[in-house]
Design a protein around this ligand. Sequence first.
Ligand code: NA7
Length: 517
Amino acid sequence: MYMLYSARQVGMKVRVFEAGEGVGGTWFWNRYPGARVDGDSLSYSYGFDDALQQEWSWTEVHAPQPELLAYANHVADRFDLRRDVQFNTTVTTARWDDPGERWAIETDCGDRVTARFLVTAVGCLSAVNVPPFTGLERFNGSWYHTARWPEAKVDFSGQRVGVIGTGSTGIQVIPEIAKSAGHLHVFQRTPHFAVPSNNRPMDPDWERKWKAEYSRHRQVARGSAGGHDFGHLGLPTKGLFEVPMEECQQALEQRWHRQPPSFMLTFTDIRTNLEANAIVAEFVRNKIRGRVKDPVTAELLCPKSYPIGAKRICLETNYYETFNRANVTLVDVMTDPIQEITENGVRTRSAEYHLETLVFATGFDAITGPLLRINPVGRAGISLTDKWDAGPRTYLGLMIAGFPNLFTITGPGSPSVLANVITAIEQHVEWITTAIVHMRDYGYRRMEATMVAEARWADHVNEVGEESIYRYGNSWYRGANIPGKPRTVMPYVGGMGVYVEKCEEVAARGYDGFVLN
Ligand code: NA7
């Protein structure tokens, strides 16, 4: 939506193709009960228009999905965006026509259009992952993926329900389904670390103060590691072992109750020193043990196979207490894997669970998946699937050598999902718009990353990724949730601020590392 707005502002003709029947992307599709944003709403919103950010009010610190969708609709209305969006349309092919210097794009509605520039705004978490379990087609009950949730309310009352997956989504949906289900079976493969969201109604005084300094907060966010202004929370100054253990536990305890949750900011070295990390991980495990009554279930819910932070830390509300309910059973499918879906439910190696409704909270073919499902074909007739056979390679996560005039918003190799994604999106849109205006001003018709610049950036992305804590987790950041997907830390781990500086420097040097002609 911002790319459309921004391209219009500089006088370009734009057509947007959108698979959904409405705007909102993530918040259009993820309508499952309990869906809400993990970041604080005041930051997880557009900053490009001051009147917009001043006039919109959030009811809660972590806005629920219906409110986020209402916001997206408000933005679309306010800037009259819909007239350039073709809904219910999926792009099926995109091919670079080298002599014509244009992209040829086809859709499932039979459109054939050409464009000087193609910008992908397909998101990092839109290619749904339904694991290829045998037998799903035989299942007699109803099944849903959380990111393809129907608009009409799903009634779980009295039903035998199964949820597969305990990532951020599972952790949000499970407590909600448990409230009405007759019995809920939760099929857990890897337990995730989850910390309290401490969600609460928006405090009007806080909102007023934040809005009075909105532009400064946005600026700080863009220069920060994670795309948030966390200045008011107090950034860490000491390593964990620099304070006595009792003080360390007190500091962790204090952060546990803060809003927004900033647990990993207690010490400087939680993500870099595995011994410090182990102390924090044990602190969180003890919290779980304190909340789950059955000790066997509590131990199963305690993550032990990776450091805290190696997989995305989830925010929860009553997640652990849900396992104290008589109508909820945790099934450990790490030791007793799912073998197949039967007519009646889920069969693991040792048992069959009879279910009427099955919910897949099994995530996404993340970051590269949405781009590879379009599979653009570039200059030399090479497709993106071939080019990324061994993992994604981009220059700044913005462009790909061999694919002229193709810009990838939040592409692999940019901070994207490791930052407040709205901050990341706005920075990309502005960089892309400026690049296109630069081309127009200087009479350039094409822009392409060089192989050398791309290789250098991709090596840097890999190096910082492989040095980071993310190397220890079997997460979607690394493609580890999809069988056969190359294992590499896909987002740029170096931090938003460092990345923004690099992008600005490249532009200031006349688009260093790109060929313009
Ligand atoms: P995630 O974080 O990828 O979680 C998916 C969950 O599904 C996770 O617990 C997986 O276990 C589980 N899963 C996936 N495949 C299987 C199979 N085959 N069998 C059993 N369990 C499986 O997706 P979410 O939607 O929760 O969150 C994605 C992001 O969206 C989130 O981080 C936010 O940024 C928003 P695993 O951990 O792989 O063992």
